[in-house]
Design a binder for this molecule. Structure first.
Ligand SMILES: [Fe+2]
Length: 235
């Protein structure tokens, strides 16, 4: 099982606060059946240029390597890139994709998306040729027109949903409805630490296996394919 969204790099963003906490997160993930994890630290283009971000990310990865042990999930390297006007023209886009792939995890604005925002998201795919994944799709749903998930999926955008979406009793039915509608978001823990936002992908996967078995099988087959071209940076 792949965790497509996790803040496991130590002292990189508001995620893991130390190499020890990162190791604890990876251990918890392994115990839950996660075999691969994409490290997706926040990249905020307003506050940092891509070069500085990549330098910091490389340093954090080095520290993670120091505590990684066999049995922990393989680590792939990516980013959670905050959307901004002009993103589709950025020369840095390839370096913000999951290393070895053309897959980019985009955190969308937390407001109703205008036609130009959606058009620019589309440009990432059509003009830049990227495999666009919208991070934690459930977090924007209330601000968007009904059916936005299908609209995005039908246009070739991948959706990612957080484990908490499946595990909260307030949203679990809504999450399963996506599967019933044939939409299969990639799973991400969006884990930030071992306290307030720990890894919980195992429980979300268990719920899917029980309540949405066929869709889940399709989803897992598909998601393995996504990282086939990628080389793990650890493991
Ligand atoms: Fe995140």
């Amino acid at each position: 099982m792949i965790d497509f969204h996790a803040h496991i790099l130590p002292e990189m963003d508001d995620g893991s606060s130390s190499p020890e906490e990162s190791a604890a997160m990876l251990t918890a993930m392994a115990e839950q059946g996660v075999t691969s994890v994409v490290a997706t630290p926040h990249f905020y283009p307003d506050s940092e240029d891509p070069g500085a971000f990549l330098t910091r990310r490389a340093a954090a990865l080095k520290r993670l390597r120091g505590v990684w042990r066999p049995g922990m999930p393989r680590v792939y390297l990516g980013a959670e890139v905050a959307f901004y006007t002009g993103i589709s023209r950025s020369a840095a886009l390839p370096s913000l994709c999951t290393v070895g792939t053309e897959m980019i995890l985009v955190e969308m604005p937390f407001l109703r998306w205008s036609a130009s925002v959606l058009a620019e998201l589309d440009s990432l795919r059509t003009e830049r040729g990227l495999l666009v994944t919208v991070a934690h799709i459930e977090r924007y749903a209330d601000m968007q027109p009904r059916g936005i998930e299908r609209e995005l999926a039908d246009s070739g955008v991948l959706l990612q949903a957080n484990a908490s979406y499946y595990l909260s009793r307030h949203t679990a039915r809504q999450a399963l409805r996506l599967y019933a509608a044939g939409l299969t978001p990639l799973l991400g823990s969006d884990a930030h630490n071992m306290t307030s936002r720990p890894p919980t992908l195992g429980d979300a996967a268990a719920l899917l296996r029980e309540r949405a078995p066929r869709q889940f099988v399709r989803f897992t087959l598909f998601s393995e394919v996504l990282l086939r071209q990628a080389e793990p940076v650890i493991g």
